[in-house]
Design a protein around this ligand. Sequence first.
Ligand code: ASP
Length: 345
Amino acid sequence: MPVTPSVLIIYTGGTIGMVEDPKTGELHAFDFKHLADQVPELKKFEVSITTISLEKPIDSSDMRPGNWAEFARLIQENYTLYDGFVILHGSDTMAFSASALSFMLEDLSKPVIFTGSQLPIGTIRTDGKENLITSIEIAAAKIDGKPIVPEVAIYFEYQLYRGNRTHKFNADHFQAFQSSNYPVLAQAGVTIKYDVNAIQHYVPGKKLKVSTQMDTNIVILKLFPGISAKVVKAITSIDGLKAIVLETFGAGNGPIDLELFSYLESALNKGVVILNITQCNSGSVVQGKYQTSSVFNRIGIIGGADITTEAAVTKLMYLFGKNLPLDEIKTLLRTSIRGEITETA
Ligand code: ASP
């Protein structure tokens, strides 16, 4: 007798879990214990589904590292009981949460699939039902008894993406997410087509390790033509600052402004880590390709290759949260620890 796969759904908030009051048109969160009433299709599934909901579901704009820690702990506590996990989450900061979870859950060997929707699940044109149903199918999917997607991923509008490679790029369209620097992990159509070469490989016998400590002494500094050295001075002198995600132009370039460099350099000398990532939607930082980025190499700024802003921020929070020596943090920033960057030679 085949064993029925089991999936734990964790409802955290966001549009997907809202229903419209037919009289007032107002949106309010519905009780996820009655999920099957909203999505009767689930009864036809040969998957045993359990749902839990945060006590107070939240809009994802209000997510904090403490919430990520709660999701990680829920997965840890239920890890051996389920074949896979689906996290229902608002789309606004889903890429941050998925990136954070990818770092917090080391040696993961089960699917953790984030999904949500642009329209509430109770509305006629909702994208939520398809997103939910297919996410459950992916979380339960196995080949030869092994999970097909043993990693943290985002499923949205027929595409499955690696969580820490994804960003929200559209506030209106059903297709709200993109993974510009990494192939989609699966495409859902009549069947779900998995790109097994792009998906993390299942390694038997791995034991899940969970680290929930995140250090938030991090800032994003986005360059723009005309940025004043005064602003850079103020940011680099923030008390207790551990790292700066420096969003530069194109392949990692910035203005040749000696005063600005001097502030970055003094932050580096104080032990602040500076990670250079591109403002472009896709492509990679190659420090030293242009004169306008060579100086970054010289003063010790780390090239972030093709990492997303979401993954850069959460990776830094995670690495500093682990209290690792600075040199190790710098090495790990150049290394793909969860498939979040394409390593350069
Ligand atoms: N503001 C909502 C949220 O991120 C939007 C959504 O659910 O997609 O929670």
